[in-house]
Write a protein that binds this ligand. Structure first.
Ligand SMILES: [Zn+2]
Length: 315
C-alpha cells in the first residue's frame, strides 16, 4: 500500500469523525461541480468556463458558493436578485457528500477513488436523464471505456483472489469488465425486446443499454444483473407514491395512446404522441441499483447467484 493510502487508513482508524467530516466536505464540493455538469453538459456548454453565475447573470461569490451551507444560510434565495435557488443544488451536494463517506468507509483507498469517480458519474447522469430523458454517450460509452481501463489498472475491483502477477490480474480484470458489460447490455436488451412485444411500445431507450455496459464494466456481471432487477424494484418504490400523488392531482399518468385511463375526453387520444404524458427515465433506477449493489448488496448477492449458477451447472 502506498504511503498516502496508509495515511488515509490511519486517519479512518484513529480519527473516524474527522475522517468522515473531511470526506463529506470533499464529496459535497464534488457534488457542487456535478450541479454544474448536470446543468451545462446537456446544453453543450463548458463545465469550467465561465465560473458559477446566477440566472440574473451576476457571478456567484465564493462565500455564497459553499456546498449545502450557503443554500441554508441564504434560505434558498440568491443574494444578487433574490430569485429562488432550487433545493436540488444542496440535495445533490449533500447526497454526493454522504455517498463519498459510505464509499470511503466501505473500500480501501484505491477502490474508493475509483468508486467515487463512478458514483459521481452516476449522480450526474441520473439528473441529466431526469431533466432531458437522455444520457449523453460520454457517460455511458465513456463510462464503459473508463471502467474497462480501470479494471485493468486496479484488478482488485473485480478479483477476489488476485494472483499477484500484475499482467495476469490485469487481463482477468479486463475480462471481468467485458463480461459484465456484455451480460449487462445483453440482458437489458432482451428485457426491452420482450417488453416491447408485450406493451407494444418502445419500453426502453438505447441509452439504458449503453449505461448497462458501463455498470457491468465497473460492477461485473453480478452487479449488472442486480442493477437491472434491483433498480426496477427501487424505481417502482419511488414511482408508486408519485403516481398516487399525481392521480389525486388528477393528472394523466399514461402516455395518451388509444385506450388509456378513463376520464381523458380531451379528444387527442388518437394522436400518436408517445412523448406526451408521463414518461419515466430508467437511468436513475439503474444507477441507484448499482450503488445499492456496490455499497451493501454485493457480498450476499454474489454468494447467492454463484450458488444458483452452481446448482444449474450440477443439474
Ligand atoms: Zn441573481
Amino acid at each position: 500500500m502506498s504511503a498516502l493510502a496508509e495515511a488515509v487508513v490511519f486517519m479512518r482508524e484513529v480519527h473516524p469523525l474527522v475522517y468522515s467530516f473531511s470526506v463529506f466536505v470533499f464529496g459535497a464540493c464534488i457534488g457542487s461541480f456535478l450541479n454544474v455538469v448536470i446543468y451545462r453538459v446537456p446544453a453543450g456548454r463548458s463545465v469550467v468556463f465561465p465560473g458559477s453565475h446566477c440566472a440574473c447573470g451576476a457571478p456567484v461569490r465564493w462565500f455564497d458558493n459553499i456546498p449545502v451551507l450557503s443554500w441554508v444560510l441564504l434560505r434558498g434565495r440568491a443574494r444578487c436578485c433574490g430569485c429562488t435557488i432550487s433545493v436540488r443544488y444542496p440535495l445533490v451536494e449533500a447526497f454526493t457528500g454522504l455517498l463519498f463517506v459510505v464509499v470511503w468507509w466501505r473500500f480501501d483507498p484505491l477502490a474508493a477513488t475509483v468508486f467515487s469517480l463512478y458514483g459521481s458519474g452516476l449522480v450526474a447522469l441520473s439528473f441529466i436523464d431526469l431533466d432531458t430523458m437522455e444520457i449523453p454517450d460520454r457517460f455511458t460509452i465513456g463510462g464503459f471505456l473508463i471502467g474497462a481501463g480501470l479494471s485493468m489498472a486496479v484488478p482488485s475491483l473485480h478479483l477476489a483472489d488476485p494472483s499477484g502477477i500484475y499482467a495476469a490480474d490485469a487481463l482477468r480484470g479486463l475480462f471481468a469488465a467485458l463480461q459484465g458489460a456484455f451480460i449487462g447490455s445483453g440482458l437489458i436488451l432482451w428485457v426491452a425486446l420482450v417488453a416491447e412485444v408485450v406493451l407494444r411500445k418502445e419500453a426502453m431507450g438505447f441509452g439504458d443499454v449503453k449505461l448497462m455496459g458501463a455498470i457491468g464494466a465497473f460492477c461485473g456481471w453480478e452487479g449488472a444483473v442486480f442493477s437491472l432487477f434491483g433498480g426496477a424494484i427501487l424505481g417502482t418504490a419511488f414511482i408508486v407514491p408519485l403516481a398516487v400523488r399525481k392521480f389525486f392531482q388528477g393528472e394523466n399518468l399514461l402516455p395518451k395512446r388509444g385506450a388509456t385511463a378513463a376520464g381523458e375526453g380531451d379528444g387527442d387520444e388518437v394522436k400518436d404522441d408517445g412523448e406526451e404524458g408521463w414518461r419515466i427515465p430508467f437511468g436513475p433506477s439503474l444507477a441507484g441499483g448499482s450503488l445499492l449493489y456496490l455499497l451493501w448488496i454485493q457480498e450476499p448477492f454474489d454468494a447467492y447467484v454463484h450458488a444458483f449458477a452452481q446448482l444449474l451447472a450440477d443439474f
